[in-house]
Design a protein around this ligand. Sequence first.
Ligand code: ATP
Length: 530
Amino acid sequence: MADYIYTMEIRLTPDQLKGVNLVQEVARTAGVTLYLTGGAIRDIISGFTIRDLDFTVQGNPLKLQKDFERAGAQLAGHDDDVRTLFLVLPGNVRAEIGMAHTEIYEKVGKPPAVAPASIQEDLRRRDFTVNAMALSLNEGSRGLLLDPFNGVADIEAKLLRVLHNYSFVEDPSRLIRATRFAARFHWPMEERTQQRYDSAKENKYIEHISKSAVGHEIAQLAHEDDPLNVVRALEKEEFLKVLHPHWTTAKVDTNGLTQLMKTRQQIVDLGYTVDPSAAVMHFLTAHLPEKDIADIRKQIPRKDLIEAWRDIEDHAKELAKRLMGKEAATPSRTWNLLSSARPEMVLFLAVTARQQSVALKIKNFFTKWRDVQKRLPLPEMTELLITPQLPEYPKIARDVFMLLLDGKLRSHTETLKFLKPFAPPPPPPPPPPRRGRGPKAAAAPAAEVAGKPVKGKGKNPAAAPAAAIPPLPAPAKSAKPEANPKPDSKAKPKSKGAAKPSQHAKPSTTQHPARKPEVHKSPGKKSKKR
Ligand code: ATP
């Protein structure tokens, strides 16, 4: 039997996994039964990107709002009709916590009667088999997959299949959802589902779509990896105008959107977490009049998306202004400013910047300046015992990086001259060999401590770990912008040439004999031997 907890753990991002644990803890404390459901399960099993986390509880999640907030979640909206909380979990993880419920449709075009239910009943009101699965997160049954409609088999067959014949009649937003999923996954509809779809379309059931479903489906576009493809598919099916009567692909800034998604991928490849949803909405509606944009915004249920989209241009202008000012007068200052800005803003500005200098700074930030880190003389730093074990190492490495960025260390020699005073004193001499033991046995560990490689004994433990990457500013995970980030003035050299350190580790003038760095050879082995 498949181990779905293991699959979940390896497929979710670390932040998503923490999010699952957070929600699980709140539910456990409150004594409610919790399941991971819907698209999250589909994506975990199918291998597609897991965009958000859908949870279902047997109980009323609205009552848990305060508990979630205390645990670190932010409320981004709620739907009182189906008792759903929209949350942002730490690390910018989107989550929905819904109540397990039934939906009874009595009349076409009328909203269903909603009633609390068990998870099994809840799965029956869902749209497609691939979305009608639940993974238990409860003690005793954790890891049990509920798959009453054989969703796993349909994922394997790559098919979209409705759960019953009236699916599109009951909730015509499923027509839009079918089109969206088919465009995203390139999965066709199963034959009978396709027939039901065609007949629902012909009978114009879509006219009965509810307002809240329209809002939900608009917001979903913002999170598509290829929104243009989905929007084109919706337009072809005549559903884009259902989301807003004036919305067509002609209203989309296709160049901007394409550039945005391309740049986003480049940024993600560098290790950043960036949420492009607000920028996606900006480009999707770029050529619509303000009034239409305001109408569209009003329908979206998540206020975090509305606000981010509304403010994106102003925030980008602000960042552009700072990038043209004193705060970004040097490469190192610019680096600090961009490192502390929200990746979402940097992404948006990278695509929209009108000023050449701003565009160039952002380009350098993502390309050229990153190569500067390769100029850190790691082997020599290892020889000097300037390794990550030193408490001052992050600062030293960062200072060198900043000085290299600003061209204040212009050569390898200058860089070494700057670094030498930071070398710590050499390790203490080895203890005298004990009498009575074989000379080899006593000498070997002593020689290792002294930093001499010993034949057959692995490497010098003091020298080995310096292979570590210098601690460049970690990709900011949607970090809040710093008010006034400044480059580290302490690292500023007094004169033009090689900079003089001021207050790191006590500078030592000790010269170490040249030792061969052995940093790249299996550090694991070495530690075992110790
Ligand atoms: P996405 O990857 O686009 O987020 P998703 O399947 O998670 O896909 P959501 O809109 O977040 O889509 O919905 C979560 C789950 O709620 C779905 O997987 C599905 O089980 C159920 N659902 C959503 N909308 C409907 C609907 N109109 N009818 C039936 N079930 C629905």
